[in-house]
Design a protein around this ligand. Structure first.
Ligand SMILES: Nc1ncnc2c1ncn2[C@@H]1O[C@H](COP(=O)(O)OP(=O)(O)OP(=O)(O)O)[C@@H](O)[C@H]1O
Length: 360
């Protein structure tokens, strides 16, 4: 699966660009501030309906314009899908797949599985559990049809439960909702647990290549004490939840624990090693997706050379190419990528002040 054509209009500093993309490695290079990341961001926006850089989607619309437009052709074997997205400054978003209007952004995400690796991807390891949960859920969403609905139900019931806690509703009335919550929480937890188990299998080989002699352990925590039944826990914790005005434990607190021996990875590894670990996690996800549902991801790798020595650059590019996926990498100097490749990129783009030209 790959994007063959991409049309960008009024996105960040790119007024307009029409790109014929390569099925394989696409290199985008240019000076600081030229618009390299904006191209990756545009592809991500088309797949997710939001940016990976800013939670304010309006910011990506080019200054002085009232809307942005993104359009692409997606090739899957013999099949071609046309995807279009328009975002207005008023906040409205229009999405079309093969000319038909699409209501839910999750339909877009399902059509276009995207993996992003940026210098900020470290947040996966450093920040709170939310980004790690999103990482697990990316895989759970793409590989299990039941996940989306079960997780949407968990979130809906939790929201309602928290409102009831704030209104100091007695437990007898909350109990009915807890039964529903437990039912969906178990589905979500089971899918997540199974997914992390399969991911671990794929991860081992990649970590051995990227970080030999480092014993990284990845485990899943479900969001409440592993020995306690969730229904019993919700009842026992009701007084505490009531005082806090929200539900302390549950699948909304699930996490991915990454350790080297007894230490959290961020205390045990260098910055370059952490970057490699994040890359290993993303590559393992892509490989697992291919194995489980025969779908390739699209990789967006921003500023690939940073933090990595020549050998690890080469290893990373090799692993990315082994996924068989379409890959977009950015760099300031093209040599930083070219020198690490056995075969040249399929396409090379140069960006200068928002103008994109094809080099080969
Ligand atoms: N809404 C917008 N309208 C117009 N220009 C914008 C908008 N948002 C950001 N820009 C500009 O777009 C330019 C491109 O930024 P981008 O991050 O894509 O560059 P880059 O080539 O990835 O740079 P670096 O190598 O420093 O990461 C920046 O100069 C920024 O000021």
């Amino acid at each position: 699966m790959s994007l063959s054509r991409l049309h960008i209009d009024s996105f960040r500093n790119i007024a307009t660009a029409q790109l014929q993309l390569g099925d394989g490695l696409n290199l985008i290079y240019g000076q600081n501030g030229s618009g390299k990341t904006s191209i990756l961001e545009a592809i991500f926006f088309l797949g997710m309906g939001r940016s990976f850089r800013s939670h304010l989607s309006q910011r990506v619309i080019q200054n002085d314009q009232d809307k942005l437009t993104l359009f692409a052709h997606l090739e899957q074997g013999e099949q071609e899908t046309k995807i279009g997205l328009r975002r207005y400054r008023s906040g409205e978003t229009e999405v079309k797949i093969n000319g038909d209007k699409v209501k839910r952004l999750s339909t877009l995400a399902e059509t276009l599985p995207i993996q992003v690796i940026t210098p900020e991807s470290f947040s996966l390891l450093f920040e709170g559990p939310k980004s790690r949960r999103q990482f697990i859920d990316w895989g759970a969403f793409h590989t299990d049809k039941g996940f989306y609905t079960a997780w949407a139900n968990v979130r809906r019931i939790l929201k309602h439960r928290n409102q009831m806690l704030k209104s100091e509703i007695p437990y007898q009335q909350i109990q009915f909702w807890d039964k529903e919550l437990v039912r969906y929480a178990e589905i979500v937890t089971e899918i997540r647990k199974r997914y992390v188990g399969s991911l671990n299998e794929r991860l081992k080989g990649i970590i051995e290549e990227f970080l030999p002699q480092v014993d990284v352990k990845v485990s899943f925590t479900r969001g409440w004490d592993s020995k306690t039944d969730y229904q019993t826990l919700l009842q026992a914790q009701y007084p505490r939840d009531l005082a806090a005005g929200h539900t302390a434990s549950g699948p909304h607190k699930a996490d991915l624990r990454l350790r080297v021996g007894t230490l959290p990875v961020q205390d045990a590894l260098s910055r370059g090693q952490l970057k490699l670990l994040v890359c290993a996690l993303r590559i393992a996800q892509g490989k697992l997706l291919k194995q489980q549902i025969d779908k390739n991801s699209i990789y967006l790798v921003d500023d690939l050379p940073s933090e990595l020595d020549a050998r690890h650059r080469q290893l990373l590019l090799q692993q990315l190419s082994d996924t068989g996926a379409q890959v977009f990498v950015t760099a300031i100097e093209p040599a930083a990528i070219m020198d690490s490749l056995n075969t040249p990129p399929v396409k090379v783009f140069h960006v200068e002040q928002g103008r994109v030209t094809v080099i080969e």
